[in-house]
Design a protein around this ligand. Structure first.
Ligand SMILES: *Cc1c(COP(=O)(O)O)cnc(C)c1O
Length: 407
């Protein structure tokens, strides 16, 4: 399974119009037709391979879409201007007023805000559940439930969704399982495990350069076409279209994804083990102590490891902030949201990326004040990184006695 995705990506080839080894970038918003009849047919959705207008599709976006379909092993994929653009298109396509969603409660803050605050405007309501409690997930499914929504590895708590089991449940009720796989590209082949629709924020690992925002929906040809439908497609009508220039640059970065993911995972596992041995409260799916370890081990492609995200709870928000500022000063990474960069990025999710979630709910789901989320970088000598991080923690009294670690 793992080999297929990475190898399929490697095997893709498309040439530029002059035989360039990269496809030409489509630098046009609109396209000519040789006959008026073909233009009409294209509006009717009947003409394959004809381009109409770049909000609908463009050659560069289709190339990137093909690569994403190869990544997830789906029939096809659409690309969007952001991860949220992809998520909102999927939800608006699947739900009508009065419909209902069963969603994991530990999801990206923006998705949570969309479901909790925005969609009720259209009478679309959501039950937020502990996604690891399948019985409870099932209990919340009602007649008007239109999807089960979750993240394969959740943000920021790194809960692991049992995609096979959730997919069976979704099938039983004849509703789609929608999985946001942003945290675990290549590591988890969500569609192969039974997800019907797989969403990515390309902004993170897939692009890996922290230079743009973009998103994708990997799914069946039928569903992807429905999103683009000129009459009632949410992607087409809300207009969160990715620019061709960006699509081309993301495609080029995607070619090293398999190498980067392995390194992110290797470095993160190293640090997670070390800091756990040092007695810190570390959460990483690669540790046997993690509640989702077994499920992740049973559904991952082992060669890509357990991913590049881990959290450490350092006790209080003040300690977390002091540590992040010190680590930044010591050039261990950046105090910044987002993930999947070559440098380590760290943030306190309770006051940043998950601040949309009310405090009581944060507490209930285990999102504590002192939690730091790390997206571990591609550091070549991770042991040195570990020593430097440890020294920072020592200086702040997070690890061992204050004085012992002073240098
Ligand atoms: C960042 C992120 C999103 C949103 O993606 P954007 O590209 O910022 O719109 C959605 N889901 C997860 C898990 C994310 O990390």
């Amino acid at each position: 399974m793992d080999n297929t995705s990475a190898q399929k990506l490697q095997d893709l080839h498309y040439f530029g119009e002059f035989g360039g080894v990269n496809p030409s970038i489509s630098d046009s918003s609109t396209y000519t037709f040789l006959s008026a009849k073909t233009m009409f047919d294209t509006f009717e959705g009947n003409t394959e391979g004809c381009y109409l207008y770049s909000r609908h599709s463009s050659p560069s976006n289709l190339y990137l879409g093909e690569a994403l379909a190869a990544l997830e092993g789906t029939e096809t994929a659409n690309v969007y201007a952001s991860g949220m653009g992809a998520i909102s298109a999927v939800i608006m396509q699947l739900c009508n007023g009065g419909d209902h969603i069963v969603s994991s409660r530990t999801i990206y803050g923006g998705t949570y805000a969309l479901l909790k605050n925005f969609l009720p405007k259209f009478s679309i309501t959501t039950a937020f559940v502990d996604i690891t409690d399948l019985e409870n997930v099932e209990k919340n499914i009602s007649e008007n439930t239109k999807m089960i929504y979750c993240e394969a590895v959740s943000n920021p708590l790194l809960e692991i969704a049992d995609i096979r089991a959730l997919s069976q449940l979704a099938k039983k009720y004849n509703i789609p399982l929608v999985v946001d796989n942003t945290f675990s590209p290549l590591s988890i082949s969500a569609a192969q495990l039974g997800a019907d629709i797989v969403i990515h924020s390309l902004t993170k690992f897939i692009n890996g350069a922290s230079d743009c925002v973009a998103g994708a929906v990997c799914a069946s040809t039928d569903f992807c076409l429905s999103l683009k439908d000129v009459n009632d497609g949410a992607g087409m009508l809300f207009g969160s279209t990715l620019d061709s220039l960006r699509a081309a640059s993301i495609l080029k970065n995607m070619r090293t994804l398999h190498i980067r993911i392995k390194k992110h995972s290797e470095n993160t596992l190293y640090l997670a083990r070390k800091f756990q041995e040092d007695g810190l409260k570390v959460a990483y799916p690669g540790l046997a102590s993690h509640s989702g370890h077994q499920i992740m081990a049973g559904q991952m492609n082992p060669e890509y490891g357990f991913g590049g995200l881990m959290t450490i709870d350092v006790g209080t928000l003040d300690q977390a902030n002091a540590l992040m500022e010190l680590m930044q000063k010591e050039n261990l990474g950046y105090l910044a949201v987002s993930l999947g960069f070559y440098k380590t990025l760290f943030s306190a999710p309770g006051t940043s990326t998950s601040s949309e979630i009310p405090l009581e709910e944060q507490e209930e789901m285990g999102l504590t004040d002192g939690l730091i989320r790390f997206s571990i970088g591609l550091d070549n000598t991770i042991e040195t990184t570990y020593q430097k991080m440890k020294k920072c923690m020592g200086q702040l009294g997070i690890l061992g006695p204050k004085t012992a670690q002073m240098a």
